[in-house]
Design a protein around this ligand. Structure first.
Ligand code: HEM
Ligand SMILES: *[C@@H]1O[C@H](CO)[C@@H](O)[C@H](O)[C@H]1NC(C)=O
Ligand SMILES: *[C@@H]1O[C@H](CO)[C@@H](O)[C@H](O)[C@H]1NC(C)=O
Ligand SMILES: *[C@@H]1O[C@H](CO)[C@@H](O)[C@H](O)[C@H]1NC(C)=O
Length: 503
C-alpha cells in the first residue's frame, strides 16, 4: 500500500515536472543548462570529487557558459577568459556578493568575516582595515622581518634534519608551519610552532583546530544544496559545525583575552590584534569580539593552506624537472651569488624563479574554482540573461589548462611565463581571481613563496627519494592539496654551510 502511494507520488511529480516546462516556457535567454537536470537534485548526481574536474569535463562537452542546478540552487559555471572577464569587469559589482552556506551561519562568516560577507559597507570596512594593517605595501615591508625569520627558521630545521648528508624529509608540514607562524606573527605577534613555542600544549590544540577548520569550515556541502535533508534527520554537518564553533570561539577568546592583557604600543611592532583592540575601545558596539574572531579566522583559513600548498606543488614540480631546478639555481648563483643568503629584495631580480612560481600557480591554483560569488541582480554574460541570486563558479583550473589557450597545457614549462602580458594575461591566468573580490593576500603570498623557494634552492641540493617521479595526483579539499604529501631528499650545499650554521 505504501509502495503504491509512493509510485503515485512519483508519477505525479514527473508529470508535473514535464508539464511545467510546457506550460511555462523560458521567457528569458538563459544559458544552456548542460547535461540532464533531475528534479530536486538537479545536476548533483553527476558530481565526483574534485568538483573542478567534473565541471571542466561538463563544460568541455557543453560549453563555457552553463547554468547548472546544484539541488535547490542555481549555479553559473564559467570556463572561458572572455566570460570570466565579463563577470569581473562589466558585472564586477553585481557578482561581488558571496552565497550563504551553513558553515557561514555557524562560524559567523556571513557577517563577521569579510572573505564571506556580502558586498556592502561592512565588507568594505573590514577589507579596508585588513588592507591597512596587513596587505598594504607599507605593512608588508614592515613584516618583511617576520618572513625572513620564519624562512631562516625553516632553513635551520632542514639543516638539523638533513645533517651534513642527504636525508628524506616530509615537506608538507614544514611549509604549513612556515605559513602559519608567519600569519600568527602578523595577527598576534606570536608563533605557534617551532623553536620558540611558548606553550607546547596550546600549540597542539591550535594545530588540531586549524586542521578541523580546513576540513569543514570554508567548505560548502551537500546540505547547502539540499536543505530538505535536514527535515529527514540528516544534519551531520550542522552538528559538526556547532562543535567546531564552540572550540573555535574558546580558542579565539583566549587569544584575544591574553592579548588584551599585553598590548604593544610601539607603532611598528603593532600586530593586527593590537589594532583591532584599540578600534574596539573606540567603538565597542561595532568591533565586537565576534567581529575580531571572524577576521582572524578568515585570514588563517585563507592564508595558510593556500600558500603552503603552492610551495609544495612548486617543489614537487622542480623535483620532477631537474633541468628547471638547475636553471633556477644557476640564476640565483649568478644574481645573488653564494657568499650571502638570498633575501626578499633579490626576488625582484630573479625573473626565472618568478616564472617557476607563476607556472606552478597555472597548473595548481589553490582556488581552482576561485571562491563562489553570487549575483545581486539580473545581468548579462555572453549574451545570456543571468538571474539574480545565481551562484558564480569560475573554473580557473580549467581555463589555465585549456588546450585552446595554452600550448602543451599540462606540461610544466616556466619559460612560457616570460611572455606573459597585460591584465591577468587577458584573463587567462588569474590564480588570485580578479576585480573587487579578488585575493587581498596576493602580494603577501608571492613574497613568502618567492623568499622560501629561492632560499631552499640557494642553500640545498634537492633530489627525489628514488627514480620514481613525484606523484602529482590532486587530493580533495577546500583548496587544492596534494593527494600524497611530498617527501624529498635534501643536502646543504657546501658553499652555503657556513651561512646556514650561523642562522
Ligand atoms: C598562493 C596563495 C593564494 C592563492 C592562490 C589565493 C587565491 C585566492 C582566490 C582565488 C580567492 C577568491 C577570489 C574570488 O573570489 O574571485 C581568494 C580570496 C581571498 N584570499 Fe587568497 N589566495 C592565496 C593566499 C592568501 C593569503 C596569504 C591571504 C591572507 C593572509 C589570503 C586571503 C584571502 C581573503 C581574505 C580572500 C577573500 C577576499 C574577499 O572576499 O573579499 N589569500 N584568494
Ligand atoms: C657536519 O660536519 C661538520 C664538519 O664537517 C661536523 O663538525 C658536524 O658535527 C657535522 N654535523 C652533523 C649533524 O653530522
Ligand atoms: C638584500 O641584500 C642586499 C645585498 O646585501 C641589500 O642591498 C638589500 O638591502 C637587502 N634587502 C633586504 C630586504 O634585506
Ligand atoms: C606572474 O604573473 C603575474 C600575473 O598573475 C604577472 O603580473 C607577473 O608579471 C608574472 N611574473 C613573471 C615573472 O612572469
Amino acid at each position: 500500500m505504501e509502495m503504491l502511494a509512493f509510485y503515485y507520488f512519483l508519477a505525479f511529480f514527473l508529470a508535473f515536472f514535464l508539464l511545467s516546462k510546457q506550460l511555462f516556457p523560458m521567457r528569458k535567454n538563459l544559458p544552456p543548462s548542460g547535461p540532464l537536470s533531475l528534479p530536486i537534485i538537479g545536476h548533483l548526481y553527476l558530481f565526483k570529487k574534485p568538483l573542478h574536474h567534473t565541471l571542466a569535463r561538463i563544460s568541455a562537452q557543453h560549453g563555457p557558459i552553463l547554468l547548472l542546478k546544484f539541488g535547490s540552487r542555481r549555479v553559473l559555471h564559467v570556463s572561458s577568459p572572455s566570460a570570466a572577464e565579463e563577470c569581473f569587469t562589466t558585472n564586477d559589482i553585481v557578482f561581488a556578493n558571496r552565497p550563504h552556506f551553513l558553515a557561514g551561519k555557524y562560524l559567523g562568516f556571513d557577517y563577521t568575516a569579510f572573505g564571506f560577507a556580502s558586498y556592502g559597507q561592512h565588507w568594505r570596512n573590514l577589507r579596508r582595515i585588513t588592507t591597512l594593517e596587513i596587505f598594504s605595501s607599507t605593512r608588508l615591508q614592515i613584516f618583511s622581518k617576520i618572513r625572513t625569520n620564519e624562512v631562516h627558521s625553516l632553513l635551520r630545521r632542514l639543516l638539523v634534519v638533513a645533517g651534513n648528508s642527504s636525508k628524506s624529509i616530509e615537506m608538507k608540514f614544514m611549509f604549513f608551519e612556515l605559513t602559519l607562524n608567519n600569519m600568527m606573527m602578523m595577527i598576534a605577534g606570536k608563533r605557534y610552532y617551532g623553536d620558540n613555542v611558548e606553550d607546547l600544549n596550546k600549540a597542539r590544540q591550535f594545530q588540531e583546530l586549524v586542521e578541523e577548520i580546513f576540513g569543514a569550515g570554508g567548505a560548502s556541502n551537500i546540505e547547502d544544496f539540499l536543505p530538505f535533508l535536514k527535515w529527514v534527520g540528516f544534519n551531520g554537518l550542522e552538528k559538526k559545525l556547532v562543535r567546531l564553533q564552540i572550540k573555535r570561539d574558546q580558542f579565539m577568546k583566549e587569544l584575544i583575552e591574553e592579548h588584551r592583557m599585553a598590548r604593544t604600543q610601539s607603532k611598528d611592532e603593532k600586530s593586527l590584534l593590537d589594532v583591532l583592540l584599540s578600534l574596539q575601545e573606540d567603538d565597542p558596539n561595532y568591533y565586537t569580539d565576534e567581529i575580531i574572531t571572524g577576521i582572524i579566522h578568515v585570514l588563517l583559513t585563507a592564508g595558510t593552506d593556500t600558500t603552503a600548498e603552492t610551495m609544495e606543488w612548486a617543489m614537487s614540480l622542480l623535483l620532477n624537472h631537474p633541468e628547471v631546478l638547475k636553471k633556477a639555481q644557476a640564476e640565483i648563483d649568478t644574481i645573488v651569488g653564494q657568499d650571502r643568503l638570498l633575501n626578499e629584495s633579490d626576488v625582484a631580480h630573479l625573473p626565472y624563479l618568478r616564472c617557476v612560481i607563476n607556472e606552478t600557480l597555472r597548473l595548481y591554483p589553490a582556488g581552482p574554482l576561485l571562491v563562489p560569488h553570487e549575483s545581486s541582480e539580473e545581468c548579462i554574460v555572453g549574451g545570456y540573461t543571468i538571474p539574480r541570486g545565481t551562484i558564480l563558479l569560475v573554473n580557473q583550473w580549467a581555463i589555465q589548462k585549456d588546450p585552446k589557450l595554452w600550448e602543451e597545457p599540462t606540461k610544466f614549462i616556466p619559460e612560457r611565463m616570460e611572455s606573459i602580458g597585460g591584465v591577468r594575461d587577458g584573463y587567462k591566468l588569474m590564480p588570485f581571481g580578479s576585480g573587487r573580490r579578488s585575493c587581498p593576500g596576493e602580494g603577501l603570498a608571492l613574497r613568502v613563496v618567492g623568499l622560501a623557494l629561492g632560499s631552499l634552492i640557494q642553500c640545498f641540493e634537492w633530489e627525489r627519494v628514488d627514480e620514481e617521479l613525484i606523484d602529482m595526483t590532486e587530493g580533495t579539499g577546500v583548496t587544492l592539496p596534494k593527494a600524497k604529501p611530498l617527501v624529498a631528499n635534501c643536502k646543504p650545499r657546501p658553499t652555503m654551510l657556513s651561512f646556514l650554521s650561523q642562522l
